[in-house]
Design a protein around this ligand. Sequence first.
Ligand SMILES: C[S@@+](CC[C@H](N)C(=O)[O-])C[C@H]1O[C@@H](n2cnc3c(N)ncnc32)[C@H](O)[C@@H]1O
Length: 254
Amino acid sequence: MGHRETMVEQFTRQAAGFAQAAALNDASAMQMLLTAARVRSSDVVLDVACGPGIVAAAFAAHAERVTGIDLTPEMVAQAQLRCAAQGLANVSFAVGDVAQLPYADRAFTIVTCRYALHHLPDPAGALAQMARVCAPGGRVVVADIVASSDPLIARRFNEAERARDPSHVRALTDDEILSSMRSADLRARIAGSYRLAVELESVLARSAPPDPGVVRAHFERAIATGETLGLEERRRDGAIHFAFPIVVAVGERA
Ligand SMILES: C[S@@+](CC[C@H](N)C(=O)[O-])C[C@H]1O[C@@H](n2cnc3c(N)ncnc32)[C@H](O)[C@@H]1O
């Protein structure tokens, strides 16, 4: 099965659980994205790899118009349900690939992409597409899991993530995100960071990994040996807790 098919299969299974997950609907994390984007009522926003429309719906409350695009039809269906339930009339969604965004150059004033770069075989190519459809003076805003700058920790983390979700490719470091944005002619900076705290069993329940035992083993080994995954993983009250490190990066279009 190719990466694209793995991706769609994985996120078709995850769509309903993902839409409801508390960590993914965290209001303070969303506020950091809205603030970084400096969203105003005149903005025309594109949310790339929009999933179940959580980001698109949040921006729609502040912007003139929002478009969401995602490779997985079931995610787009979830996004449409969410926005209809919220009575949002200024949002529309499409099924499509970030590798070839079907929009004109400079069509949007804000382009967002949350928690998706690590799923892409060519994140730099995706950022170039996002920059292409962003108007001069506009902002490309990316929030994603970042890997440790220690390659051993990064490798252990990426292996554990691929066991949990075979559509995971590789988390970039924050420097790699910035340099990819700069290669796309964006003036890039880190606008903020936060930790997304979760409990392992609830993540496994919503992400439906091929073998949950393999994922548990990665975490148990890390806790027992101290060979960390870089996720502040620990056991508390009989459960394994950890926290994804997230950065929010902004690239201004000159
Ligand atoms: C972890 S989810 C994030 C969803 C959403 N951005 C959010 O933060 O709630 C990743 C999403 O990326 C989408 N995706 C993966 N590869 C893609 C591609 N090449 N083009 C468009 N969407 C893609 C998946 O279908 C999935 O919905």
